[in-house]
Design a protein around this ligand. Structure first.
Ligand code: NAD
Ligand code: DAU
Length: 331
């Protein structure tokens, strides 16, 4: 089985490649990654000859076409993925998330290759804090940020290529991931690495916004379950019932790292900040039998903290620049 993994040097993609090599002995993986600021070559260390890396842009037809022609399956993770960056400069989000997805869809159409599209729950917008409702595949799209709008657009391209051209695709929309290899611009690793540096965690606004946390390994086992058992043309929501407000997450990180749980700062809020995400993963569970394995957030977070402590060489070079960008906007 030959698999093309786009964005395989990023957070979720790199974890996916590690899991695929471990769990699928017959898999040969080609990673296509542009190695933007978010890609890290060392995330793919030690994987051996079954993984080949091609440094290139998913929006470049001549790069994408021969790679797609040579595989049985494309799993598309590559994206500009950070909301705050999309508020500073939306341009790469349009190019990579929309044009890049278009080029991949055209290539899988030409070569009749199975395609799985990785997307986000943010395409559905947000829920009220006191609303018991969760996102389902029937929830209307209502994205808030340039990032989520570009992901919503990419999902709709996939649906159109399925309907109009018979492309064999599935889509998954997952909630917030945590775990090893996540870029330190993101909420959890930013606070962990701040504390390692003796800096107080930074909470946007009042910290009451809710995210639905899932361990990255559970996200990736769900992706494989959809590839193997999902119905072509269908959308599956991936989540593990991990709703927590940001304040509680920061307090837990502080406690696990031996600090007073109230030892954090409130900083400027994100413009347009989505209030709450929550996933109803019933369709995924009933169709594929998938279940999350990392259900204990406290223990998954403790392991993640240990990973950032043990792998300072992996993130150190980026820390000063990331914090300078946040400081410039009072965050
Ligand atoms: P990431 O930012 O950590 O990694 C993105 C990777 O894509 C990087 O390696 C980068 O170099 C690569 N890339 C960017 N532009 C490219 C281009 N034009 N051509 C080739 N490669 C390019 O992102 P992530 O958090 O691992 O997210 C992966 C996917 O999962 C994204 O599609 C994202 O929307 C989706 N997603 C993320 C989360 C989350 O919590 N992080 C949740 C749900 C869905
Ligand atoms: O829901 C899935 C999405 O989750 C993915 O599509 C995105 O790619 C991924 O980045 C993530 O988006 P969020 O915007 O939810 O994640 P982020 O880590 O940026 O922020 C999580 C929450 O924490 C959010 O409410 C903003 C808040 N926050 C973030 C940072 C960086 C803080 O309070 N302080 C911070 O320093």
């Amino acid at each position: 089985m030959k698999v093309l993994v786009t964005g395989g040097a990023g957070f979720i993609g790199a974890n996916f490649v590690h899991q695929t090599i471990a769990d699928y002995p017959q898999a040969q993986v080609t990673v296509l990654d542009k190695l933007t600021y978010a890609g890290n070559l060392s995330s793919l260390d030690g994987l051996g000859e079954r993984v080949k890396l091609v440094v290139g842009d998913i929006a470049d037809r001549d790069t994408v076409d021969p790679l797609v022609a040579d595989v049985d399956l494309v799993v598309h993770f590559a994206a500009e993925s950070h909301n705050d960056n999309s508020l500073r400069d939306p341009s790469p989000f349009i190019q990579t998330n929309l044009v890049g997805t278009f080029q991949l869809l055209e290539a899988v159409r030409r070569h009749n290759v199975r395609y799985h599209h990785i997307s986000t729950d943010e395409v559905y917008g947000d829920l009220e804090l006191d609303d018991p409702a969760k996102f389902t595949p029937a929830t209307p799209y209502n994205p808030s940020s340039p990032y989520s709008a570009s992901k919503a657009g990419s999902d709709l391209l996939v649906r159109a290529w399925v309907r109009s051209f018979g492309v064999e695709a599935t889509i998954s929309n997952c909630s917030n991931n945590y775990g090893p290899y996540q870029h330190i611009e993101k909420f959890i690793p930013r606070q962990i690495t701040n504390l390692i540096d003796g800096v107080r965690p930074k909470l946007y606004g009042a910290g009451l916004n809710v995210r639905d946390w899932i361990h990255v390994r559970d996200h990736n086992t769900a992706v494989w379950a959809i590839i193997e058992k999902g119905r072509i043309g269908e959308t599956y929501l991936i989540g593990a019932d991990g709703e927590l407000d940001n304040k509680s997450v920061v307090e837990l990180i502080l406690e696990l790292m031996g600090h007073d749980p109230s030892d954090y700062d409130h900083v400027n809020d994100r413009p347009g900040h989505d209030l709450r995400y929550a996933i109803d993963a019933t369709k995924l569970r009933e169709t594929t039998g998938w279940e999350p394995r990392f259900k204990d957030f406290r223990s998954g977070l403790a392991d993640t903290i240990a990973w950032y402590r043990d792998n300072e060489h992996w993130w150190r070079a980026q820390k000063a620049e990331v914090e300078a960008k946040y400081a410039a906007q009072g965050q």
